[in-house]
Ligand binder design. Structure first.
Ligand code: ZN
Length: 353
């Protein structure tokens, strides 16, 4: 009997000692490109817009964090503000140095910049930063990440015929880019932003093996501790976004899946498919409000109570990379969004399978 009580005590003590709390925080990572660029691109916001958006996020209770804080939260469960937002810029346009830096520095907002070496080597001739500029930003505390080497469509290798050439190509984009930036700035590069957000499972595996700690998409979704560090979600900001739009984009709650068809980052060959998804922690949501979007909304489909799974028949119009988003409400009525991606391609070359 005594032995049994001891045993019970041990079980009790060890289960309380090791009962870890699941860290809880909402994290939005915004993706910007240029500021005050003299062109009609939707990817350039004005200085005034940037200031107003940062102020609105502040007012809505968001705290600005670095990618290192997100890294520490994801891997070590370190504390992070319960409503966190990180600002990132892609591509290395000169206006990030001349316009964004002074504004964000003055407002006390950290940010990250993802550069690709082929553009930085061209530098000022094409409105890009040169390596001195990137080093200057790094000294100012800006986190520098890799955005591949040449900024290609990583799901659409062009002119490649063999597995060996494909591997060399991925190596250049993922590893050589990292090493080149590291040798230029003298600090390690731990974060990757996928060009155009175009992923497949090969790219995913390669980025993971290349020594990065977080890899970012641009699928419009936010994150919690359940996010995948190698499919970390970002929200694009474009020049038609008002401060209010940016706050609402950053506030949409993330949703994850126990199962999806097509599988996340898969390549499929059929044009008529039955999309299926089973939502993680399904009890938190009103699953009848779920709507699937593949670029455009494709409807509500039907929800099978028996399988706790949503179904939607879809005809894929063109061979492309598809971002499947599911929007729905949780039981408290908050807007939520989950997202996964896949590629539809009629004939998949052997080396991509
Ligand atoms: Zn880019």
């Amino acid at each position: 009997m005594r032995a049994f009580i001891y045993l019970l005590l041990i079980v009790f003590v060890s289960s309380t000692m090791f009962a870890e709390r699941i860290p809880d925080a909402h994290i939005s990572v915004l993706c910007y490109h240029h500021v005050d660029l003299n062109s009609k691109t939707p990817y350039s916001v004005t200085s005034e817009q940037l200031i107003a958006q940062v102020s609105a996020l502040n007012q809505a209770g968001f705290k600005f964090v670095t990618l290192k804080q997100i890294d520490d939260f994801m891997y070590f469960g370190k504390d992070i503000p319960s409503k966190s937002v990180a600002i990132t810029f892609d591509d290395g346009n000169l206006t990030v140095l001349t316009k964004a830096l002074p504004i964000l520095k003055k407002m006390g907002v950290p940010f990250a910049l993802f550069v690709y070496p082929s553009s930085i080597s061209v530098g000022h001739k094409k409105q890009f930063m040169d390596w001195d500029d990137v080093r200057l930003l790094q000294k100012e505390g800006v986190t520098i990440g890799s955005h591949s080497f040449y900024h290609p469509y990583l799901t659409r290798p062009s002119g490649i015929k063999t597995a060996q050439k494909y591997n060399e190509w991925l190596e250049t984009e993922c590893v050589k880019s990292k090493q080149t930036i590291e040798s230029q700035i003298g600090v390690s590069v731990n974060y990757f932003a996928i060009p155009f957000g175009l992923y497949d499972k090969n790219v995913y595996a390669k980025v993971k093996k290349s020594g990065y700690r977080l890899s970012f998409n641009i699928n419009g979704m936010n994150n919690s501790i359940h996010a995948d560090p190698y499919f970390y979600n970002r929200v694009m900001v474009v020049n038609t976004d008002t401060p209010k739009t940016v706050v609402s984009k950053a506030s949409v709650k993330p949703v994850y899946f126990d199962y999806t068809y097509p599988l996340k980052l898969a390549r499929i060959t059929s044009q008529n498919i039955l999309v299926k998804y089973k939502i993680f922690n399904a009890g938190d949501y009103d699953l009848t409000t779920a709507k699937l979007h593949l670029g455009n909304p494709v409807g509500k489909g039907y929800y099978s109570e028996k399988e706790a799974m949503n179904y939607q028949k879809v005809y894929l119009g063109t061979e492309a990379f598809y971002q499947s988003s599911v929007t729905l409400k949780d039981k408290a009525g908050h807007s939520c969004m989950g997202n996964w991606s896949f590629t539809y391609q009629k004939n998949i070359p052997d080396y991509l399978q």
